[in-house]
Write a protein that binds this ligand. Structure first.
Ligand code: 26Q
Length: 824
């Protein structure tokens, strides 16, 4: 390992990567860092010892990464601002990046320990809900692997995403105490702290130089403490940092109250301060005007901007060139308050004039939109905003005033346009529109798939698209082939590498296509099938041990794992399973591809319908399980607690990937890509990135069904009546009738009434309209599966042609189209 000067002074036990050296180091860390005697150590202690051993081996690159940022005065760094980073388990990924998995495995085996067992014991930092949080983590991996200097900025939630248990078929949420044992990957940096204000009031005064100035006197002050997690690039040569802020009480504040004899108040202030980074909101579909959430957003954004300004100073650069040092990416509108906060820091704190500050701000920020669902667009009631961030509301008004003046000058007399573009919604109660703030404050806005970007330009941001053509761009999402193939699927990875070498791990978009050549090779097909089969056995084993479920690896694994949401239409999938069940019961002798339909995903705790869907999946599963007539042919199961770790076992085991959202609703989807690069074929609608996946793999290798976005609009336009479908499609009517009759709920007709009633009366997501097309397509997929050789050929072709969906490609596009950063 290359060693920086500072490292040369250190003991070799912290850098040696030989099996023997690692063995020594693990023992050393076990004793001196975790404080355990070898004889008494439990799996978790061994985990910690290994983690520290690996962390030691990252530190020289880590420190060099920071030095590089500091030394390279002309380099622009990415600051990726995200309320979520779903980084997943770290040990396996870091071992892979450093290429020391085998020596560590050997060292542990010399110590009588199993690396695989230790890896399974690692608590997972669940600092995100789903796609958006995981995307941020994939992008950090690619940034580091491509050698692009970057800092991820987010929140160190004490409680991440809840743990899901299934009791009596229903979701139960347990709090996620991922920090119960120390998180060995982070370094807490007491020296990197910033004070963040909240609430209070503003006043104006004329300063000593005669300038009119605004003073914000916050009602509360909170300290943000940096906790840094290393993000090592593939090959271990580059290291970036994920800086997560933890909220702490500002000591002086305590003392003020304390000295005034208000001990109780002092302690309460402390408790409030720490509340800010306490818990992740487990909501990924519906914006809720919760005061604490706005507090969280401002807290991490303000700390991050202060941190960047501090770095700018350390670099000895003037604030006037801030935008040359940093390209700030807003991961959805959650950090959009940064636009107003940077203005405040520049204008109020650093006395810059407004126009210059605005020029810098709008050259610094870019914004990624992840949703078209109107109920998911963030808008804060003006009154609440004024309470939490009075100064920022004034700044937003000022931004809006100047912005609308410009619009008025360009489009005189168009008051309706002004109303539509305004940062403030004024029809009824007034709201701050965060997507508008993010768009006006950014130099570029992007959607996350071609279709999504087109719809953004047509609907949600239409007026902006007309006003500033070219500002709204597309960068289709991608996933890291390191975690989502190399790490999670060693069997298939080894096979791929045996034919095309290991270049695909770093140049996926160029190299993986070379697999095409082997698609019809019978020997290769056989090995490909064996790798898939082994992954199915691995999943079955895990499901048995951890959830008491029995899965038969000889059946087709037909999988839908993702957050539970009506627009993702898990209930459409359940209706299909019920219809299949009915067919089997009617005609036990029928030709039928034996199937295991696997579901997984969390429902937001307050999302009633989503929870009903989980209950329905489990209820149908029970009923089918209890029926000997279909045994061994059809099974439906719900895999509890879908998270990154479980995903790493589930994606590689899937034969068929369900991507069945209503066209126009799923911005991109990234699970579709993870399934695809692990050799699952997709059954899906023309939605999100499915469209581009289909283009890449070819229609003949994709199971396409359902209404298009345009057809969805037409059906709704014409006055959609779901009952027409339940009446005219016998299998559909029958399934709905069975659910309503209590067939899956022990005769209880109330349990699923809300679900059935909703489908029959509203069906906002056109489940019934797409049912017939879906059934027909799923039948085609099942028949295709029966032709093993052809299925395998299609599976190989899918993997070979999905190179585009690497997050390395996505990050290169961001560098070129959005950040103006050169990448080697
Ligand atoms: C907002 C306000 C208050 C509380 C919570 C939230 C909140 C939190 C998380 C809103 C949305 C999210 C997450 C959204 C998300 O994951 N969207 C997904 O992003 C993926 C990456 O671009 C896409 O692939 C998916 O299509 C999109 O649904």
């Amino acid at each position: 390992m290359a060693s920086a000067n500072s490292v040369q002074d250190c003991l070799e036990t912290r850098t040696d990567v030989s099996r023997e050296g690692l063995r020594q180091a693990i023992l050393d860390n076990l004793f001196y860092v975790t404080g355990h005697a070898r004889e008494m150590a439990e799996v978790h202690d061994w985990y910690a010892a290994v983690a520290y051993t690996v962390r030691d081996r990252m530190l020289s690159t880590w420190v060099k990464g920071l030095e590089k940022l500091a030394a390279n005065r002309n380099m622009r760094a990415v600051a990726y601002l995200s309320a979520e980073f779903l980084i997943g388990p770290q040990l396996g990924a870091n071992l892979l990046a450093l290429n020391i998995t085998e020596p560590v495995r050997g060292a542990l085996s010399d110590l009588g320990q199993s690396l695989d067992e230790i890896i399974m014991k690692e608590p997972e930092p669940g600092l995100g809900n789903g796609g958006l949080g995981r995307l941020a983590a994939c992008y950090l991996d690619s940034l580091a692997s491509l050698g692009v200097p970057a800092i991820g900025y987010g929140i160190r939630y004490e409680f991440g995403m809840f743990t899901q248990e299934i009791r009596g078929g229903a979701q139960v949420e347990l709090s996620d105490k991922w920090l119960r044992q120390k998180f060995p990957w982070e370094l807490a940096h007491a020296e990197h702290t910033h004070v963040v204000g909240l609430g209070g009031s503003t006043s104006t005064h004329v300063d000593e130089k005669g300038r009119l100035r605004v003073r914000w006197k916050p009602g509360k002050k909170i300290m943000a403490c940096a906790h840094d997690v290393p993000v090592i690039g593939h090959g271990g040569r580059e290291c970036n940092v994920l800086r997560l802020w933890r909220a702490e009480a500002v000591d002086t504040f305590d003392f003020e109250s304390f000295n005034a004899g208000e001990y109780f108040k002092a302690v309460q202030e402390k408790i409030f301060s720490e509340t800010i980074s306490k818990v992740l909101y487990p909501n990924d579909d519906r914006y809720q005007g919760k005061q604490l959430r706005l507090g969280q957003q401002f807290f991490f954004v303000s700390a991050s901007l202060q941190d960047m300004i501090h770095i700018q100073k350390v670099l000895g650069k003037p604030l006037a060139t801030f935008h040359e040092t940093f390209a700030i990416q807003l991961n959805d509108t959650h950090p959009a308050i940064g636009v107003a906060e940077l203005m405040r820091l520049l204008v109020d704190e650093h006395l810059m004039d407004w126009d210059q500050a605005w020029a810098i701000t709008t050259r610094t920020f870019s914004y990624t939109n992840h949703t078209l669902l109107p109920e998911a667009l963030e808008k804060w009631p003006v009154e609440l905003f004024a309470e939490v961030l009075p100064r920022h509301l004034e700044i937003i008004y000022e931004i809006n005033r100047r912005f609308l003046d410009e619009v008025r000058a360009a489009h005189p007399g168009d008051d309706d346009l002004l109303r539509r573009l305004s940062l403030i919604e004024e029809t009824g109660p007034r709201y701050v529109r965060m997507a508008h703030l993010a768009t006006v404050g950014s130099q570029a806005v992007n959607g996350v798939a071609e279709l999504h970007t087109e719809l953004l330009k047509r609907d949600v941001l239409r007026d902006f698209a007309v006003l500033t053509p070219g500002k709204i761009r597309n960068v289709t999402n991608g996933v890291t082939p390191r975690r989502w193939l190399a790490l999670c699927n060693p069997g298939l990875s080894g096979l791929i590498t045996s034919r095309i070498g290991e270049g695909w791990q770093t140049r996926f978009e160029d190299e993986i296509i070379r697999l095409e050549e082997f698609a019809s090779d019978p020997q290769f097909q056989k090995l490909w099938r064996e790798a898939k089969h082994a992954n199915k056995v691995r999943l079955a084993e895990l499901a048995r041990v951890h959830a008491g479920l029995t899965l038969d690896p000889e059946t087709m694994f037909d999988v839908q794992v993702k957050r539970i949401h009506e627009y993702k239409r898990q209930h459409l999938n359940v209706l299909r399973v019920i219809a299949l069940y009915n067919r089997l019961r009617r005609d036990p002798g029928m030709d039928f591809t034996p199937r295991t339909v696997i579901f997984g995903g969390k429902a937001a705790p307050g999302y009633y319908m989503a929870k009903k869907i989980i209950k329905l999946i489990n209820s149908v599963g029970q009923t089918i399980d209890a029926d000997p007539a279909v045994a061994g042919r059809l099974k439906i199961i719900f895999a509890p607690n879908f998270n990154v770790r479980n995903g790493q076992v589930i994606y590689p085991a899937a034969d068929l990937s369900q991507q069945i959202s209503t066209a126009g609703k799923e911005a991109s989807g990234t699970g579709n890509m993870k399934f695809g690069i692990n050799g699952a074929l997709t059954i899906g609608t023309l939605d999100g990135a499915n469209v581009e996946m289909l283009e890449c793999v070819g229609r003949e290798n994709f199971f396409l069904f359902g209404l298009t976005t345009e057809e969805v609009a037409q059906v709704k336009q014409a006055g959609y009546d779901p009952r027409r479908f339940s009446e005219s499609v016998p299998e559909l009517g029958e399934a709905l009738e069975q659910i309503a009759s209590g067939m899956f709920s022990g005769g209880d007709r109330e349990e699923f009434r809300p679900l059935v009633d909703n489908l029959l009366s509203r069906d906002d997501y056109l489940v019934l309209a797409d049912f017939e097309s879906y059934m027909e397509c799923a039948d085609r997929a099942a028949s295709a599966y029966a032709d093993r050789d052809n299925w395998t050929r299609m599976s190989i072709l899918n993997v070979a042609r999905l190179g585009k969906f690497s997050s390395d490609r996505a990050i290169r596009e961001y560098c070129g189209k959005i950040w103006n950063i050169r990448v080697g």
